[in-house]
Each structure stands twice: as C-alpha cells, then as structure tokens.
Design a binder for this molecule. Structure first.
Ligand code: COA
Ligand code: MG
Length: 290
C-alpha cells in the first residue's frame, strides 16, 4: 500500500481513469469532493463501480464515507456495502472508539451481504479534528480491521482557525508537524501502516518528490494522492530499493547466524537489535507488496 488515489465518487470518468493508474488503492470519495446534492448520485455510481470491478486484483477499492457525525455515514455504508469494497476510509476520526463503532456497523453490513465478518478493512484519517489529533494513541486494539492511519492538514486548519497550514517557506507550521508526527507514532503503536497526507499542488512533481522522500525517511510507508500523475512518483519512492533490501537481508542473516548476539559489525558499522527490527519490518513490507 504505497499509493492511495482519491477519486471523486460522482465521476464515472475519473473512476475509470483511476483503474488504469498504477495506484495500489483507489479511495472512492463520498466525502469532501462530493457536494451535498451529489451524495446520492455518488453512492449509486460508487456501488455500480465496485460491483463491476471488485474482483480485479489491483487496485484495491476503498470507499471514503462521510464522518460518523455527519448524518451521511449510515446511508453511505448502506449503499456501498452490498457491493463489498475491500475497505472503508474513515475521515475525521476522533479516536479509536470511532474505528470500533465503524467496525460494529460493518459487522451488520457484512452479515447482510453474506461475506465473512471482518473481511472489510479500515483506514482512518486521525488528525482532522483537534481532539482526533490529541487522541492518536487510542488506535491500539480499536479493531482487527484497522490497517493504516493517515493525517490531514486542511480540515484541521479549518477546525483550529489557522489561515494556512504552511509558513512562507512551505514548511508545515508546528500544529501540523505535530499532527504528522503523532500519526507516525499512533500507527506504530497500533502496528498499522502510516500513510502521509496529500500534496495538493498536483503539477509540482519536484515538490511532491521532496515530500515523498521526507515521508519515507520519517517512517511513512505510503502517501495519499489526488491526481494520477502523482502515482508513479509515490510508488517509486515507497518501493524499497534493491540495495536497501540486500542490506536488510544481510543484517537479518548475520543475526540468524549469531542468535545470541546483541550486536554485530558489518563493513565497519555497528548493528544492534533495533536495526534488526527495522530490517525485518522492511523485508515484511516488501514481501506483502510482492
Ligand atoms: N482520479 C482519476 N482520474 C483523474 C483524477 C483522479 N483523482 N484527477 C484527474 N484525473 C483525470 C482527469 O479526468 C483527466 O482525464 P482526461 O485526460 O481523460 O480528461 C486527466 O486525469 C488529467 O487531469 P487534469 O486535467 O490534469 O486535472 P483536472 O483539472 O481534470 O482535475 C482535480 C483536477 C484536482 C479536480 C482532480 O485531480 C481531482 O478530482 N482530484 C481528486 C480530488 C479529491 O478526491 N479530493 C478529495 C481528497 S483531498
Ligand atoms: Mg477533508
């Protein structure tokens, strides 16, 4: 799950286009990119699209429903769950309790659709409200369905009354850097993927690449996208390189040969248990994405 492409749920054209992108996941949006008077149309288009493409191996198909306090979420789920999406993206999550609540709702929809309980996965955007941002530690054990956490700057900006999330140099200001950081920590604590937020200047490839590299460096393993042109850059940055994999393999093998060693040396550099753990995580991630 390196690249996750948002597609407005009321656009049949963009949905089709999304299928032929190399995105790992399509996020069929029923929330912010769909106006209130298009919600019903978007639900219908999304359900038909899911029914027609649910069995394609890639991309995986997730639906971003409206948040649990919006009054739209139950109608969203009722419309799309019979077409069995791979997962649901929950926006404006206020804490792990919201994920648990969504999970209980999904139990009911899965029973009605005749699919196994727990088969629908959950991703959550956890920093779009102030309380959500302050509750990043609450996702541990929220639901077995949870596979990743992401963050958002635009809604948080509106929520706290900030004029813009970035300073004059383009760097996120403190509150947003905190939101980004607690997403990495919250995801790690819950043992799920940390997914970086969107880069909205979709013509600026250089800026996107820089942001991808910083995200990968800091512990994110994927990034949200809003335009198909962003997908190749995201996929490239978040695919572990052959050199990184070879290096990780060497570390794992060296510890396997010396099971009682706490620390080893390779090419004049020290490696201890945290390095082994990091190498194993990288290899697991590469294995799970093939
Ligand atoms: N998914 C699939 N296809 C997309 C797409 C997306 N997110 N964004 C653009 N495309 C398609 C366009 O339809 C166009 O197709 P065409 O060549 O067949 O006409 C092609 O890619 C090139 O698009 P372009 O002209 O560069 O952009 P645009 O002006 O059509 O669209 C946006 C710009 C921002 C409106 C569009 O990228 C978009 O809708 N993004 C998603 C927004 C969203 O979901 N936001 C919510 C999460 S923050
Ligand atoms: Mg939003």
């Amino acid at each position: 799950m390196r690249s996750l492409l948002f597609v407005p749920g009321d656009s049949e054209k963009k949905l089709e286009k999304g299928l032929s992108s190399e995105a790992d996941v399509l996020l069929i949006d029923l929330e912010d990119s769909v106006s209130a008077d298009h919600k019903e149309t978007a639900r219908k288009i999304a359900a038909d699209f899911l029914a027609a493409n649910r069995h394609c191996p890639s991309p995986r198909l997730f639906v971003r429903i409206n948040d649990l306090a919006s009054g739209f979420a139950d109608d969203d789920l009722a419309a799309v769950m019979p077409a069995t999406p791979h997962g649901i993206l929950l926006p404006k999550s206020n804490s792990g309790k919201d994920v648990t609540r969504l999970s209980v709702k999904l139990n009911v929809h899965e029973a009605r659709a005749g699919i196994a309980e727990g088969s629908t996965q959950i991703l959550a955007i956890i920093t779009e409200t102030a309380i959500g941002t302050l509750s990043a530690a609450s996702y541990l054990a929220a639901s077995e369905r949870l596979i990743g956490l992401s963050w958002g700057a635009e809604d948080l900006s509106a929520a706290i009354g900030a004029r813009t999330p970035r300073d004059d140099t383009g760097r996120y200001t403190d509150v947003f850097r905190l939101a980004r950081a607690v997403t990495i920590l919250g995801a790690s604590a819950a043992e799920v993927a940390a997914i970086d937020t969107v880069y909205i200047n979709y013509r600026d490839e250089e800026g996107l690449l820089r942001e991808c590299e910083q995200a990968e460096r800091d512990g994110f393993t994927g990034k949200l996208a809003i335009h198909p042109a962003q997908i190749p850059i995201i996929n490239r940055t978040f695919t572990p390189s052959a050199a990184a994999l070879a290096h990780a393999t060497r570390i794992v093998e060296a510890f396997a040969e010396n099971p009682s060693a706490g620390v080893i040396g390779i090419d004049g550099q020290m490696f201890d248990r945290p390095h082994l753990r990091r190498a194993q995580l990288l290899l697991n991630r590469a294995r799970s994405t093939g």
